[in-house]
Design a protein around this ligand. Sequence first.
Ligand SMILES: [Ca+2]
Ligand SMILES: [Ca+2]
Length: 467
Amino acid sequence: MKRLFYGLLALTVLMSSCNEGEVESPKGSLSFSAKISNNANGRVQEEEVSSAIVTIESEGEVVLDNYELSMNGFESEAVLFEIGSYQITKFILLNASNEVVYATPKSGSLLANLVSTPLPQSFEVSADEVSNVELEVINTNSVDPEDLGYGTLGYNIVPTVQILVSTLVNDGTSTTFAQTDLEVKVGEDTIYSIVLGDSINVLKLRSDYSEVDFSFTLGDSLTQYKSLTSSEIIEYITTPLTITFNINASSDEGLIAYYPFSGNANDESGNGINGTLGDGQTSSLFPSLTADRNGNPNESYFFDGVDDYINLGVNGIFDIKDYDAFTFAFWVKSDLGTDGSIWSKYISASDNRMWVINNRPNSYRITLCNNGSSSLQDSVSVVKTGQWQHIAITYEAGMLKMYSNGTLEDSKQLAVNILENAPTAATVIGGVHFSNNLFDSNFTGALDEMYFYKRALSAQEINALSQ
Ligand SMILES: [Ca+2]
Ligand SMILES: [Ca+2]
C-alpha cells in the first residue's frame, strides 16, 4: 500500500506556482518531538539538536528509511502522511556536527527501562489533523549503542544528500506539474514508497548508495523509470530531476492509429487496428519487446532485421490518397543504419504504388509513388545508429515536411498526383509486404510510439511528441 509523504513544504510552496492538484488523498500533518527522559542518568544539561534520523513503517513495510528531519529545538519539521497506522522504529537526534546526542532506546535493550515507551512506538495519522508524536530520549554521551538496541550499524550516521524531484505532464499544448507515485529502490529494497506533490519536491537520500532506482507512476498505469548512480544523484541538488509524461490528450483529433507498444502491438487510437506479430504463429517472425528510450522495460519492439515484422492487415484506412493531410510520427533506434523499412503500404513490381518510410545508410526517408511513373523521396537527418531519434512526417496542401527530434528539417512541395493508394497491400511495421505474402526489407532496431493521423500535426504538436 502506498503511503503519502510530502517533502519540505516550505520549498514546495515557494516553487509551486504552476498547478494545483485536483484530487488528493486525505492526509494529516505530523511532527515528532523529543522529551528527555527523567531517568536519563540524572543529566539535566541539554545538548543542542539539529536533526533527527527516523525510520517509519506501516503494515510491516518501511515507508521512510533513515530519513533525516530538521529539528527546531526538540520539535521536528512537519511532514504530511496518508492517514493510517504507523510505527516509528528508529529515532536518534544529531547535533550540527552529525554526532548522535540523544536516542530513544529500543524495546528489549538494556536501557529500554529508562523510558516509559521504548521503540517501536505506534501512532495514527488522522485526516486534516496536525499530530505530534512525542518520544522520550536519553542522552547518548558515553552510552554504548548496543545498550540502546541499535547496534553499531543502525547507530552510525550516514551522510544524506538532498535532491529536487518533479514530474510534469505534457498534453501536447501545455506542460504542468503532476502528482505521481514514487517508489525508490536500492537493489531489491524499497526505501520510499511515497507520493510526489505537483510541484518541486525535496527528497533526502543516503549519499552512500551506489545506485538508486526511481519509478514514477502517473495515474494507474503510466510508469517511467530512472536509475541514478551516486555521482549522478548529486547533479540534482540544485536542478530538479524532472520526469515528463507526454499524454497528448489534445492531439487525438484525426488520430487513425496509435501503437504505444506497451507490452503489445495493439492500436490505442480507439479504431482497433491491432497489429499482428509476424504471421501470428511463427515466433521467429515476431519482434521482441524491449526497453523504450527512457529505459522502461517491455515498452518498445525490437526488429531483428532478418524476418521480424508487425502486420496491420490490408486496411484502406491507411490509404493516404483518401486524406487531405496526414502525419506519421514515431521513435526509432536504428541498430545498423542500413536500409530497412520502418512503416509501409506497398505494392511492388509492375504495380508500383506505395508509401514507404525507411532508414537509409545516412537518413530516414519517405517514398511516395504513383504506378511507378512518378515518385518522390524526401529525407531527414543522419541516422543516429544506436540512438533513439524522433521522426515525424506531415503532408498538407501538397507540402511534405520532415521533422527530426521535434525540429523541422526539410519541406518539399509535391505534385498532387504523386499520391496513389495501394489497396491490396498490407500495412507493415518493420518491413514491406510485397506480393504473394512476401514480407521483406526488414528493419533492424527498435520502434516505439507510432502515430498515424489524417491531419498534419503542428510543429508544436510534433515537438511535444518528441519530448
Ligand atoms: Ca526473427
Ligand atoms: Ca512504448
